[in-house]
Design a protein around this ligand. Structure first.
Ligand SMILES: Nc1ncnc2c1ncn2[C@@H]1O[C@H](COP(=O)(O)OP(=O)(O)OP(=O)(O)O)[C@@H](O)[C@H]1O
Ligand SMILES: [Mg+2]
Length: 514
């Protein structure tokens, strides 16, 4: 067909011990959003890195055709010159540079003397930011001073600045607020109308249903079936293509017993970092019991992540109020104190995950709980025990890796996230707080993680889940607390919680009577 702008044929890409792409066939048209879906480690990011020149010719086999012409990119610059822009899963901004400098990093406007035209640079950046509805970010702001969600938008502005004809978005919404997602989708809609070809990778089914025209699935490095138009395929069929089996239920039908109170938070408050006298969160009181899954709901910025980090001892100087564990007051002044009290926190921030990318899975899994693999009293690390434990988690969480010795930096994004989860599971917490535990995790693995959390609760752990996916919270939680503007504004039980009711409170349509 003439409107096919991008064609990839017989693409094979191997890493030591892994055939990441195994004869992939991929084709996309002008003016369409083509969703690329598949499990963690299926090869999506690798395919796009081949296209974007990150894995240059001839480190892969196969052919790339752009507008019918065979191309061999030797670096990202070549791909860019061919009209391809990639927004990678891992953000690639330079923290010390300004927003504008980042946007035009590899194509700065020059003045007639051949020097950088700073005024044009900043004006052009401002125009792009306005196009994305990013009014509160200035071109001159340093990237390190803006929030992760905004950084992701800057990455998108950078891709737009290249006026690419093929735009690849690898999980672009993972750190965006609902409002930013809406802006992004508006821009995507506009680009599609202008005839840009968009390849969109995401694990979020609702997003795919909302913006994709067609969808193509990768499984174990192979293309499964032909691209198919969204209205012609059901969610179940997509999942079946992805995981190679039917998924019957997303959430475990559990019969857990709620035990005694294990975590109690009284009047917790945190000073606002920049507004003297103001609180980032205030008057937060709640408790959680053994065997209970407590959901924490709220819009981005409502204080959920702050609350989690405060309980974990991350902001000791700004914190007011009390945290009790097993009925006893604690004096948690650092994450190490929190861990010693039996509290674990899986953080949402992928970048600051605390993964050691150049270390193997074994090291990363056991680093927070060396007592599980060392033999007292001297504390030698028992290598074979470390190996066995790690293999256990690899199996339990379905981590896709060549072996327990694989370096974490070589794993796909979702599999890295699973390693972090393994680390905390191995620490054996009594209270486990998880901030966006299934972000970036494929749908099959998500179901496994839900089952695992249910089992942990069954063993008497108190689990607190923060998730921006309301369905996940409703499906998993025994109780749901709704936060808004740093306060808990309402509480629901599994029986009386509904999408509408919870959203009403989170969005502020309903308010607490004073
Ligand atoms: N630099 C690398 N070195 C070694 N192996 C790699 C490297 N990059 C990717 N792989 C392997 O290639 C396979 C495909 O990974 P890829 O990142 O493409 O998956 P993905 O589909 O993007 O997954 P996710 O949904 O988790 O982001 C995985 O087995 C991964 O471990
Ligand atoms: Mg990926």
């Amino acid at each position: 067909m003439s409107d096919v702008v991008l064609k990839m044929e017989h693409i094979v890409k191997e890493f030591p011990g892994v055939r990441a792409l195994d004869d992939v066939h991929f084709e996309a048209r002008a003016g369409e959003v083509l969703a690329l879906m598949g499990e963690n480690g299926a090869g999506k990011s690798t395919l796009m890195k081949v296209l974007g020149g990150v894995w240059p010719y001839p480190t892969y086999q196969g052919d790339i055709f752009i507008h019918g012409e065979r191309r061999q990119f030797r670096n990202p610059r070549d791909a860019m010159d061919a009209g391809i822009a990639v927004i990678h899963q891992e953000l690639n901004l330079l923290a010390e540079l300004s927003v504008a400098e980042n946007i035009f990093l590899d194509n700065q406007p020059l003045n007639r003397f051949g020097a950088i035209d700073w005024r044009k640079l900043n004006d052009d950046a401002a125009a792009l930011l306005a196009e994305l509805g990013l009014i509160d970010v200035r071109p001159t702001d340093k990237v390190k001073h803006i929030a992760v969600g905004k950084q992701q938008m800057v990455e998108i502005a950078k891709a737009l600045s290249k006026r690419a004809r093929i735009l690849i978005l690898d999980e672009p919404t993972s750190a965006l607020s609902d409002k930013e997602v809406t802006e992004l989708f508006r821009v995507i809609g506009k680009l599609r109308q202008d005839g840009v070809c968009l390849c969109y990778i995401s694990h979020k089914m609702e997003e795919i249903a909302q913006i994709a025209d067609r969808i193509v699935v990768l499984r174990d490095g192979r293309t499964i079936g032909e691209p198919i138009a969204i209205p012609d395929i059901t969610l179940e069929q997509i999942i079946a293509r992805m995981v190679g089996r039917e998924l019957t239920e997303m959430y475990p039908a559990s019969s857990r017993q709620r035990g005694e109170k294990i975590l109690e938070v009284r009047n917790l408050g945190v000073d606002h970092p920049s507004l003297p006298g103001a609180r980032k969160i205030a008057d937060v009181s709640f408790s959680a019991c053994r065997g209970e899954i407590l959901g924490l709901c709220g819009l981005m910025g409502s204080g959920r992540t702050t609350l989690a980090s405060v309980i974990f001892g991350a902001l000791p100087h700004a914190t007011h109020g009390e945290v009790l564990v097993e009925g006893k007051k604690t004096d948690i002044r650092s994450p190490a104190d929190a861990i010693a009290s039996g509290i674990a926190l899986l953080t949402e921030d992928r970048k600051a995950l605390g993964l050691f990318l150049d270390q193997p899975i074994t090291f990363n899994t056991t680093i927070s709980s060396l007592q599980t693999i060392s033999s007292p009293p001297i504390g030698f690390i028992d290598k074979s025990r470390e190996y066995t434990l790690t293999e256990h988690y690899i199996g339990q969480l379905g981590v896709k890796a060549s072996s327990a010795d694989a370096l974490v930096g070589t794993l796909s994004g979702g599999n890295q996230q699973k390693i972090l989860l393994a680390r905390w599971l191995n620490a054996g917490p009594k209270i486990f707080i998880l901030d966006e535990p299934t972000r970036g995790i494929d749908i099959g693995a998500k179901v496994e993680i839900h089952k695992l959390l249910d089992r942990l609760a069954g063993q008497g752990v108190a689990i607190v889940i923060i998730s921006s996916e309301l369905d996940e919270l409703l499906g998993m939680s025994d109780r749901i607390l709704v936060m808004k503007e740093g306060r808990i504004v309402s509480e629901f039980t599994k029986a009386n919680a509904s999408r509408e009711a919870v959203m009403e409170w989170a969005a502020g349509a309903r308010r607490v009577e004073k």
